[in-house]
Design a protein around this ligand. Structure first.
Ligand code: SF4
Length: 162
């Protein structure tokens, strides 16, 4: 039986990003991925009720966990606080992952929702800092191991459910 892998919908080619585009993974072995995993696509920001396209957003004053604990906020470039949508989307994504028995997730790097190692620093100046996005943080806290699209080789080397 294949392991379940939660995957950012935009990496599968679904046009769900803020700019209405997708980010399909190109330099990966899709055959191997499909051999190993049953894919469960999700877009946390869509699940949180945000429209596509939508203004780009960054976490202001912290990282994803700080948003979950209301020590930081997510704001869009036009100054709206979209924290609640991001938090709601994270919890819905976690619920989907748990209902689908996903212990692994492959999420888009650097996103304020999906980034597993780095996020933009809140300056809207295209500058990365260390830290996780809101959904990546919540999934990690619940024992789901989160990889990004640059780490697919390492993900494929995982044994069993990882
Ligand atoms: Fe992709 Fe995640 Fe952004 Fe949705 S929230 S578009 S899945 S990076």
């Amino acid at each position: 039986k294949k392991a379940k892998l939660l995957i950012s919908a935009c990496l599968l080619g679904q046009p769900v990003r803020y700019d209405g585009q997708s980010k399909p993974m190109r330099d990966v072995d899709w055959t191997k991925i499909h051999d190993r995993f049953e894919l469960i696509p999700a877009c946390p920001e869509c699940l949180g009720g945000l429209p596509t396209p939508r203004p780009a957003a960054e976490i202001i004053g912290g990282s994803g966990n700080d948003v979950l604990t209301q020590q930081a906020s997510v704001q869009s470039g036009d100054g709206q606080d979209v924290s609640q949508a991001f938090i709601s989307g994270a919890w819905q994504t976690l619920r989907l992952a748990q209902q689908s028995d996903c212990k692994l997730a492959l999420l888009k790097a650097n996103s304020p929702s999906c980034g597993n190692r780095q996020i933009y620093d809140g300056s809207f100046g295209n500058t990365l800092r260390d830290g996780q996005g809101v959904t990546a943080s919540l999934l990690s806290q619940h024992g789901i191991r989160v990889w990004n699209e640059e780490e697919v080789d390492a993900l494929l080397r995982q044994d069993g459910d990882g």
